[in-house]
Ligand binder design. Structure first.
Ligand SMILES: Nc1nc2c(c(=O)[nH]1)N[C@H]1C(S)=C(S)[C@@H](COP(=O)(O)OP(=O)(O)OC[C@H]3O[C@@H](n4cnc5c(=O)[nH]c(N)nc54)[C@H](O)[C@@H]3O)O[C@H]1N2
Ligand SMILES: Nc1nc2c(c(=O)[nH]1)N[C@H]1C(S)=C(S)[C@@H](COP(=O)(O)OP(=O)(O)OC[C@H]3O[C@@H](n4cnc5c(=O)[nH]c(N)nc54)[C@H](O)[C@@H]3O)O[C@H]1N2
Ligand SMILES: [Mo]
Length: 775
């Protein structure tokens, strides 16, 4: 099998098994599945200590996703995938000193994410000199000294970029952006650029705040929850409990998805005896299997039906009082939708008119409606416009700013929302920058910085010399892997602050440094006193996170300490920021946040209250919309949908059940019937017939972009799967090689990871053996 240019092999997984998809999620197998690796790797007492601390008020915040905690917590408040994330971090296995001598970077580049992650926790700083093929251990101070020298030697601070992944806690994020802005740049790309940026862009411009407008308890009060482009059974498992509460209170749930995802069909709540023993709750009352990228058309079609119902019975359907008092743009919207072409809607969605009628009827019958969404919507070319259509539909019947109703983006990383609140954004608003300047007394740069894609492009052009990452796996996560890796190799210095090895440690600049750090599960002692940090979840609730177990090794620094020491080494006494004091006592950081960030005025008190506090939110609390007009904006969005060229498929890249973004926990994807391998592409059986392919056949997946050479993901096993017609799916991060750098969402510049036009080229005549049953 040929090797790809980047050195990773394309050998097939030898033991790959393909069975049948499951139609239910969690329950006994899920929870047992979650405990098994922990018990095997960490032993009973470490496991029990973690299980009892996760998501508890005196414990740590689960780092797996940003799903909120209920106010009444169970003794064990975690899910299968949260436990995987926890054991992955809390493993006692560490990367030994000899590792760096034994493994050259060239050899590590031949390893995949799964192998790299299994080498254990990083425990000492290492340095790769220019020209060397090895990292070598280095003292902390020397590492900070090198980074400071390289930064201070730059022609301008804008020749450095500082990435953040969404696990970073509030206190760290605030200090990190403070350091970066004091250094002199707004180059603060983050994982949000690849994730919910489209959401922020759409919500900020229509309702004045880029966040969810619901409380946790609203799910139990909703008459209807529409879950769009999201796979909660895997990615937000505890959300299924909230949806179960919706159902129990008599509400309905509709899933709009390209795939029939297991958790949305049936769910066994592991927290309840009923869920352990019984058949579980059927979650989705209705499933609309939409064609990839068809959501904007669907939303417009439902809004059109709502407006038609109003025309048929004037004054009875729309919330006129709300619309008159709080919104703008209804008439233009009405005029625009009057011309909506039903044939285009049907082509774009792949749905029957009856199915759209039925969703409209559900919407009209419900007094309180919540719409949730995730990557199926945000990683599309028309993502921002699509999310604006969600707002339009909700506004028509006053479904924002009432109990049981609202717009609810479901975030990814556990503190990705908090990082933005703390100033991690290449284009923070003037209000924030001015407050930062007033508090710290240095001139805060105002020029917009680079986002994630612009950072790759900056590296490609030679405009960036230094790349620093606070967590994450930038080259693994960003689109167009080969281009991104080539770009990163052009940097002079790359720095990673990390818990475990990943691709971004082995594809480096000329010189590279890894700074290992404490994880969220670990006790963080400063000056002999335990410190805690805080996070903000998807529904704007902020709470503390306390480490529960001793650090995996002596001498590890917390992320806060790393930022403080790096800042001190780089800035010296410049601007008089008390970095050492911040490192010793995180309360002092919170005091500063209190004076800069609205909603945090009594941060140190509020965060110590049981369960933390909920940030103010204009639309949710008071139907206050801080847009330029002071009203919620109903917007007109030109309908556009992706045409599928003859003989091609629309490929989405998604997560298996056993991964967290670029971290691969195991090679299984239980709910989709895949075991011991990841080299699969899911295709509808009728499309296979049309393309002259069969289940089990090996294909190259090839993506096409005008004016550029084809991109290829070689040797995937075709899996006949009940996806929507014309659509295909493959796993991220492997499939990132197929996503062109140039393919980005309008307005938000998010890589279009969910709609890549591909063709399948058969390789080798032999289809794989028939499916093995998967238990
Ligand atoms: N265990 C685990 N938990 C996680 C993560 C993880 O990797 N593992 N990642 C975290 C992060 S950072 C994030 S952002 C979230 C991601 O959470 P999700 O957004 O649920 O993640 P994806 O796997 O990308 O799933 C996208 C879903 O959208 C559907 N979809 C694709 N295209 C379309 C479309 O055009 N229309 C519609 N309606 N549906 C579509 C797919 O079929 C799939 O169900 O999860 C977070 N939680
Ligand atoms: N094709 C495709 N690409 C995508 C997506 C997709 O759906 N399809 N999804 C996108 C999305 S939604 C996101 S959010 C991005 C994710 O992008 P990132 O956030 O950059 O990637 P992760 O894989 O979450 O990062 C994992 C690494 O974080 C480090 N880490 C873990 N815990 C800690 C910690 O406590 N501290 C520190 N310092 N480091 C830690 C570990 O070294 C680990 O290897 O990927 C995006 N890329
Ligand atoms: Mo994400």
């Amino acid at each position: 099998m040929a090797d790809r240019a980047d050195g990773r092999t394309t050998e097939p997984y030898p033991d790959l098994e393909v069975g049948h998809p499951k139609d239910w999620a969690v329950g006994v197998p899920g929870i047992l599945h979650s405990m098994e690796p922990a018990l095997a790797r960490m032993g009973l007492s470490r496991t029990a200590r973690l299980a009892l601390a996760i998501n508890q008020r005196d414990g740590f915040d689960c780092m797996s996703c940003a799903w909120p905690d209920p106010s009444h917590r169970n003794v064990l408040e975690f899910c299968e995938n949260g436990m995987k994330a926890t054991t992955w971090e809390a493993t006692p296995v560490t990367v030994p000193r000899e590792f760096w001598r034994e493994h050259s970077l060239t050899s590590l580049q031949g390893r995949d994410e799964y192998w790299l992650g299994r080498q254990g926790r990083l425990v000492e700083p290492v340095h790769k000199r220019a020209g060397s093929d090895h990292y070598e251990p280095i003292a902390w101070d020397d590492a900070f000294g090198i980074i400071a020298d390289r930064l201070n030697a730059l022609e301008t601070p804008d020749r450095a970029a500082f990435y953040t992944s969404g696990r970073t806690a509030n206190e760290t994020a605030f200090l990190y952006q403070l350091f970066v802005r004091a250094f002199g740049t707004n180059n603060l790309p983050d994982c949000s650029n690849m994730c919910h940026e489209s959401t922020g862009t759409a919500l900020l411009s229509t309702i004045g705040v880029g966040k969810s407008t619901v409380h946790y308890d609203d799910f139990a009060k909703a008459d209807l929850v529409i879950v769009m482009g999201q796979n909660p059974g895997t990615n937000h498992p505890r959300m299924l409990t909230a949806l179960e509460e919706t159902k129990r209170a008599g509400g309905r749930v509709v899933s709009v998805n390209v795939l029939p995802e297991a958790g949305l069909i049936r769910y066994r709540n592991p927290q309840k005896v009923r869920g352990l023993l019984g058949k579980g709750t059927a979650i989705a009352d209705r499933f609309l299997q939409i064609r990839s990228g068809g959501d904007m058309a669907l939303l417009q079609a439902v809004s059109r039906r709502v407006l038609d119902a109003e025309d048929a019975a004037p004054g009875t359907v729309l919330d006129h009082d709300f619309l008159d008092r709080h919104t703008m743009g209804l008439e233009a919207f009405r005029a625009h939708l009057a011309d909506l072409d039903e044939a285009t809607v049907l082509a774009a969605t792949g749905l029957d008119p009856d199915e759209i009628d039925a969703l409209a009827a559900d919407y009209l019958a419900a007094d309180r409606v919540i719409i949730t969404w995730a990557m199926g919507l945000t990683q599309q070319r028309k993502a921002v416009a699509t999310i604006r259509e969600i707002v339009n539909l909700l506004l028509l019947r006053g479904n924002i700013g009432r109990p049981g109703a609202g717009a609810s983006p479901i975030r990814g990383h556990s503190n990705v929302q908090g990082d933005r609140t703390m100033g991690i954004w290449e284009k923070m608003p003037e209000r924030f920058l001015a407050a930062l300047e007033a508090e710290f007394g240095f001139p805060v740069p105002r020029e917009e910085g680079a986002d994630s894609l612009q950072t790759v492009q900056g590296l490609q052009r030679g405009d960036l010399d230094v790349f620093v990452a606070m967590g994450g796996n930038f080259v693994g996560a960003i689109s167009d892997t080969d281009a991104a890796e080539r770009a990163m190799r052009g940097a002079k210095l790359t720095v990673q602050v990390s818990t475990k090895l990943n691709r971004s440690h082995v594809v480096t600049g000329e010189e590279a440094i890894i700074l290992p750090t404490l994880g969220r599960t670990e006790i963080d002692l400063q000056d002999g006193r335990p410190q805690f940090v805080s996070v903000e979840d998807s529904v704007c609730a902020v709470h503390a996170s306390h480490g529960a177990i001793p650090p995996v090794a002596h001498g590890l620094l917390s992320e806060v300490a790393i930022v403080c020491r790096l800042a001190e080494a780089t800035l010296g006494g410049r601007h008089g920021i008390p970095w050492r004091e911040f490192e010793r006592d995180y309360d002092l950081i919170r005091d500063r946040i209190a004076r800069v960030v609205p909603g945090f005025e009594s941060f140190n008190d509020d965060v110590r209250r049981k369960g933390g506090f909920v940030l103010p939110n204009g639309p949710r609390d008071a139907r206050r919309f801080d847009t330029p007009t002071g009203r919620a904006m109903i917007t007109v969005n030109e309908l556009e949908h992706l045409e599928r060229p003859e003989g091609r498929l629309i490929l989405q890249t998604l997560r298996s059940h056993d991964q967290f973004n670029t971290t691969i926990y195991s090679l299984n994807d239980r709910y989709r019937g895949i075991r011991k391998g990841r080299d699969v592409v899911f295709v509808h059986p009728d499309d296979l017939t049309e393309l002259g392919l069969v289940d089990g056949q090996r294909v190259d997946v090839v993506s096409e972009w005008p004016g550029e050479p084809d991109r290829r993901m070689p040797n995937q096993r075709v899996v006949a799967y009940p996806t929507a017609r014309g659509c295909a799916a493959a796993y991220f991060p492997e499939a990132n090689v197929l996503v062109p750098l140039a393919s980005a969402a309008e307005e938000s510049n998010t890589p279009v990871s969910k709609a890549v036009i591909v063709r399948l080229e058969a390789v080798g005549p032999e289809p794989a053996p028939p499916r093995a049953p998967v238990s």
